[in-house]
Design a binder for this molecule. Structure first.
Ligand code: SAM
Length: 221
């Protein structure tokens, strides 16, 4: 019953406040053509990510986990024509869907989808000495979260924002003895953020069409 209300309130707020144009809506719906249908952030969450990018003045965004490019599109809109979004995706199929969505939204020149294991793609970005990113969104396979945080710290400037999705997992994150590698990945990255002297962080629980979950936000001082 609670979840029905969460969905209804999410729909109400998204309808009232979120300007999801046809290209964004098509991208969200196209996740059914990916390897992980329904794994994209919600419309309200996408708009929230875009607001974070705008608030921080982000021009360069790095994303771990592209899927159909829905969150990448929100970032692409937020960074503006001079901005850049680099999104790392394991599955060629998902990258193909994402590139179609990016093209439909007419932001191909500012979005680059790199295919392969994200740890390796991130190593390559480090080796290429790309300009630092202003915002990193970590939303790929959860067991690798600690490695993604390490890479994010090497690829960002001071003052950058690191956002980690799905840190609550319907409360499963509480189980310190969990043998679920996703829960272990979340707990490990929470510990790593907490122990890092240069990160100022908090996390917010969320409810809505994505169930009960949460986002961790860390500012790199
Ligand atoms: N950020 C997307 C959005 O909100 O629109 C959703 C991303 S979905 C939750 C996670 C994605 O990470 C999937 O597309 C999956 O294929 C990808 N993924 C899983 N393991 C990966 C890996 N090792 N490297 C890169 N991407 C990976």
């Amino acid at each position: 019953e609670a979840e029905a209300s969460w969905d209804a309130v999410d729909a109400y707020l998204a309808d009232a406040l979120v300007d999801e144009d046809a290209a964004l809506a098509a991208a969200r719906l196209s996740s059914s053509a990916t390897t992980m249908p329904h794994a994209a952030v919600s419309a309200a969450q996408g708009a929230f990510l875009a607001l974070l990018a705008r608030l921080t003045g982000a021009r360069r965004v790095l994303e771990f986990g592209t899927l159909a490019g829905y969150s990448a599109l929100w970032f692409a809109r937020a960074v503006g024509p001079a901005g850049r979004v680099v999104s790392l995706e394991l599955e060629e199929q998902n990258a193909r869907v994402a590139r179609e969505n990016v093209a439909r939204a007419q932001v191909s020149e500012r979005v680059e989808v790199r295919v392969g294991p994200a740890v390796e793609s991130a190593e390559r970005l480090i080796a290429e000495d790309v300009p630092p990113f202003d915002l990193v969104f970590i939303d790929a396979d959860k067991p690798s979260n600690p490695q993604y945080l390490d890479a994010a710290l090497r690829l960002t400037r001071r003052g950058a924002l690191i956002v980690i999705d799905n840190v609550v997992r319907s409360g499963a994150v509480l189980d310190s003895a969990s043998d679920d590698p996703r829960v272990r990945g979340v707990r490990a990255v929470v510990d790593a953020v907490a122990a890092h002297p240069a990160l100022e962080a908090t996390a917010l629980q969320t409810v809505g069409v994505k169930g009960w979950d949460g986002l961790l936000l860390a500012l790199r001082r």
